[in-house]
Design a protein around this ligand. Structure first.
Ligand SMILES: [Mn+2]
Length: 327
């Protein structure tokens, strides 16, 4: 006899309550949601008395400037010797190859997959994929309540960083009344709103502004402005002293132009002959994750990305065709 169907949330709650040891991780090139979720989840598990560790490859460090103040001292960069006993928890990770680490991909690894990417490949043993959550942190916020964990100030700040970065400071389409209720609760739990804003959006290195200037100077528009593209080349990084991670966020400036349906930032990688494409949709009819997937990447309807070796001009044609096919 089968018992009443359990929701994915119930299943994850039960898994976490029963788990002995945990290892928590997130996707490579982590963003605010990845890091905030990692920190908040780690603290939630410790509040439950769990033996838990955070794992991220050393190649992700140093982090972008705005995340360097986060309390990530407990993050380990090597597989723990007792990994066989640990349940792996993936946060904000649409597919397992976004954390390309062999020891986490071994056969038989017990995996809990908690994420909000609608195209999540459900690679976990147990999956909690909530496509309409604004960020993974929003799922964790609900999970904390289910687990009876009280949100501390440090948890609230980690969750808040995740929330405001993934919603573009409450401006993207994924922003809901729930996101604002969550923000309100987190602020009541002690978030220093202005302090976090300063940390994330001010006090940034000058080379980042110089990189933005170059990106804006390179803007090209296609198909009557429907597609707006900037291109950052290796010299743009070399001559300004900007880091690759300083290009994050540049694409958001491109979608401010009237008539734009899709904004794209293409940046040449510094270490190999390939390009990273960041796509943003401003027209609700376009799902840029479809275009990203056609290039081997993925993401959300409104924000997606891929890394490709396709030559630049061919890549432009590919994106134009991908946009045209949807309009
Ligand atoms: Mn996210």
């Amino acid at each position: 006899m089968s018992s009443a169907p359990v929701t994915a949330l119930d299943a994850i709650v039960e898994e976490l309550q029963q788990a002995g040891k945990l290892l928590v991780t997130t996707h490579e090139n982590p963003d605010g949601d990845a890091l905030g979720s990692l920190l908040a989840f780690d603290e939630m598990m410790r509040a439950l008395g769990k033996d838990t560790i955070m794992f991220m490859s050393a190649t992700n460090f140093p982090l972008p400037h705005e995340y360097q103040h986060l309390p990530l001292e407990r993050v380990v960069h090597d597989p723990p010797p007792d990994m066989e006993e640990r349940t792996a928890v993936f946060l904000d990770c649409g597919n397992i190859d976004r954390m390309p680490v062999d020891f986490l991909q071994r056969e038989g690894q017990h995996i809990l997959n908690i994420d909000h990417h609608h195209d999540n490949t459900r690679f976990g043993t147990v999956n909690l994929v909530v496509g309409d959550a604004s960020c993974t942190a929003e799922i964790l916020w609900e999970l904390a309540r289910e687990l009876g964990v009280e949100i501390t100030q440090s948890m609230a700040e980690a969750l808040y960083i995740a929330l405001i970065t993934d919603t573009g400071r409450f401006m993207y389409d994924n922003t809901t009344a729930r996101s604002h209720v969550m923000a309100a609760e987190l602020i009541e739990a002690g978030v220093d709103v202005a302090g976090i804003y300063r940390q994330l959006y001010q006090d940034l290195p000058f080379p980042r502004l110089q990189l933005l200037a170059r990106a804006l100077a390179s803007v090209r528009r296609y198909d009557n402005g429907r597609l707006t593209v900037s291109h950052l080349t290796r010299p743009d990084f070399g001559e300004t002293g900007a880091l690759e991670s300083d290009a994050e966020g540049v694409v958001d400036h491109l979608r401010s132009v009237e008539g734009t349906a899709v904004a794209a930032l293409i940046r040449d990688l510094v270490d190999r002959d390939a390009r990273k494409v960041s796509l943003r949709a401003t027209d609700g009819r376009v799902d840029v994750s479809v275009i990203a997937r056609s290039l081997g990447g993925g993401g959300h309807r409104q924000a997606a990305g891929a890394t490709t070796e396709m030559p630049f001009e061919q890549l432009i044609d590919h994106i134009r065709a991908g946009v045209s096919a949807q309009l």
